[in-house]
Write a protein that binds this ligand. Structure first.
Ligand SMILES: Nc1ncnc2c1ncn2[C@@H]1O[C@H](COP(=O)(O)OP(=O)(O)OP(=O)(O)O)[C@@H](O)[C@H]1O
Length: 272
């Protein structure tokens, strides 16, 4: 799979995202409070937290959909070591797969066009978009990388939920984003589809792409992910190495119920 110049050379040691003292308010309510969060190039991170704790809001802040309160003292919001961005540039930095996006794609668009549309951040390919030969080549590469060649000519609306989600990963990857964001990617997938999806996630993580995985399911945390961030009540509750963070004690405090944690063949699971 193709790589960003920044991924391989100059930006290697760089910070992709720096957030310090980030506050976001919606409807007169603080939904993110004093968030400190940094992502280094090549890091793979899982974000976990109860419903409504602020996980998606952190992602939406990074993508520019939510704006931090600008006059917060000591606030830092820097992406790729730059302080100023336009939202359309932020979208190019990130490749996002979410349930919301999948709903938007319940249309008769071929898998190839869905993947290709990632170049334009559009839903589908329209006559006004300038599709260049290199885009078609990269689309082909991504289809092969994700092992979805057999689906390429089908309409996305004909696919199973699991297949469609892999196609959306293709759309997210095709423009070579610095960070791939998977927001609850295995929701409503059956066991086999989850297994296949996690294999795909492992393959992408191993390719050196930075990844943020937002999930409620510890089993989604493939062994290539070694950092976990816990979010509670709009704040970062814990952030660190997976072994220090995914403990029964921390998850019990995070969810407010007794939680047990186990680990088997590199995968964590929790029960209560
Ligand atoms: N645009 C918005 N307007 C008003 N409130 C919002 C908005 N976006 C998020 N919130 C509120 O902020 C809080 C955090 O929401 P967010 O979607 O980030 O949580 P989450 O951790 O991703 O939840 P879940 O696990 O249920 O997806 C919730 O109380 C939510 O209602």
């Amino acid at each position: 799979m193709h790589k960003n110049k920044e991924n391989t050379e100059d930006g290697k040691a760089g910070l992709l995202v720096e957030m310090e003292n980030i506050v976001v308010r919606k409807n007169d309510r603080t939904i993110l409070d004093s968030i400190d969060f940094k992502i280094r190039n090549g890091e793979n991170i899982a974000i976990i937290g109860p419903n409504g704790s602020g996980k998606s809001s952190i992602i939406k802040t990074i993508t520019g959909d939510y704006r931090p309160i600008a006059d917060t003292p000591n606030m830092v919001f820097r992406l790729m070591e730059k302080d100023r961005w336009v939202v359309s540039d932020l979208k190019k930095l990130m490749g996002i797969v979410s349930g919301e996006l999948q709903l938007e794609y319940m249309r008769d668009i071929t898998v190839t066009d869905v993947v290709l549309s990632g170049f334009f951040s559009s839903i589908g390919i329209y006559p006004n978009l300038r599709v260049r030969p290199y885009m078609l080549e990269i689309t082909d590469d991504v289809i092969d990388f994700l092992e979805i060649r057999h689906l390429a000519d089908k309409n996305i609306s004909e696919l199973s939920t699991g297949e469609a989600r892999r196609v959306l990963i293709g759309r997210a990857l095709v423009h070579n984003p610095m960070i791939l964001v998977l927001d609850e990617p295995t929701n409503s997938l059956d066991l086999k589809s989850k297994h296949k999806f996690r294999q795909t996630v492992s393959k992408i993580a191993a390719s050196g792409k930075s990844m943020i995985l937002v999930t409620h399911d510890l089993e989604d945390i493939v062994p290539e992910i070694d950092r976990v961030v816990l979010v509670k009540d709009g704040k970062i509750f814990a952030d660190g190495n997976i072994e220090d963070i995914l403990t029964a004690e921390k998850l019990t405090e995070l969810f407010g119920i007794p939680v047990e944690v186990g680990k088997d063949k590199g995968y964590y699971h929790a029960w209560c």
